[in-house]
Write a protein that binds this ligand. Structure first.
Ligand code: RIB
Length: 314
């Protein structure tokens, strides 16, 4: 492949994240005083789009907001990253997606998402996006299933590889996209939701990945295993790629950074194992900073981190 600037279509969610920092989360019935809060642009789709753009991809984004201040701010943020936003349609009957994030001092988070406008993305928006071609399409499950399926169908018609980041964790019938995915990439909790199988060790990941491959017929399965690393399953061949140790400030959007970095590198080099090593660096750097989009690394930061650790991605 060896292209200089990958072109990626992202169809996905946009949320305003309300991040409340707290020493610990409250017990049932308990009230606590939080340390501070801030509004941060997020949403799995938008995070993946920003991550891909910062790593040098040309990105077209399809999404939906309400006609409100949060929606305007989120769109503005994507534009500032050089992302094409013409296919983001504001909808007066709904509100922009919101994620309430409780962030503990340990860096661990708990997230509740109000999907709002994200569930209102229309097929016509998607069809318009497919009037041109791309090197890859990235989607996630924070939008309606109908749209996920329509995106896969249109991509198949145009022979464009689809990368499905299976977040957030929810049951999704993978047979609906059977044979339509290049890469299926859930984390451990998403794997459990999709297969009913635990995924705490590389051995468990191998079994779960086999099941995911059987259910989806995706060409590759890549399970994100948080601070452990990532697990690649390629037609029965497996590889575990360990994560980098860093000081965790906030894990939000690490998975999004990983998926986007893996996709962009896979397009450039056609070597998924190497792309995952690159993505492991993107994920590691993301957890060292607070918030979703502000924490997503640039290509320069990834190269510098990799060099410091004796890796070479040139
Ligand atoms: O993946 C992280 C994202 O999940 C956050 O930005 C939040 O919006 C939720 O959708």
């Amino acid at each position: 492949m060896n292209k200089k600037k990958p072109s990626i279509l992202v169809v996905g969610s946009m949320n305003m994240d309300l991040v409340l920092q707290t020493a610990r989360v409250p017990l049932p019935g308990e009230s606590l005083i939080g340390a501070q809060y801030r509004y941060v642009p997020g949403g799995k789709g938008a995070n993946q789009a920003v991550a891909a753009a910062r790593l040098g991809s040309g990105v077209v984004f399809v999404g939906k907001t309400g006609e409100d201040a949060h929606g305007a701010k989120l769109k503005e943020q994507l534009e500032a990253e050089g992302i094409a936003t013409e296919l983001i349609a504001p909808d007066p009957r709904t509100q922009t997606g919101l994620a309430i994030i409780l962030l503990e001092a340990s860096g661990e988070n708990r997230i509740i998402v109000y999907p709002g406008a994200n569930m209102e993305i229309r097929e016509e928006q998607v069809q318009q996006a497919f009037e041109r071609s791309y090197d890859a399409v990235m989607i996630n499950l924070e939008i309606s299933e109908e749209i996920v399926i329509e995106v896969c169908r249109l991509a198949e018609e145009k022979d464009i590889p689809v990368i499905l980041d299976a977040g957030p964790a929810k049951p999704f019938d993978l047979t609906q996209v059977h044979g339509l995915l290049e890469i299926l990439s859930p984390n451990e909790t998403e794997t459990l939701a999709l297969t009913g199988l635990e995924c705490r060790t590389p051995q468990e990941a191998a079994i779960a990945a086999g099941k995911l491959a059987e259910m989806s017929a995706a060409r590759f399965i890549v399970i994100k295993m948080g601070e452990q690393g990532a697990f690649l399953y390629d037609h029965g061949e497996t590889e575990f790629l360990p994560a980098h140790r860093v000081k965790t400030v906030d894990t939000t959007a690490a998975g999004d950074a990983f998926t986007a970095a893996m996709t962009a590198q896979y397009i450039l080099q056609d070597d998924l194992s190497r792309a995952i090593q690159y993505a492991n660096v993107a994920g590691a750097l993301t957890v060292t900073k607070l918030g979703a989009q502000p924490s997503l690394p640039s290509a320069h930061e990834i190269i510098r981190f990799a060099r410091d650790r004796g890796l070479d991605f040139s």
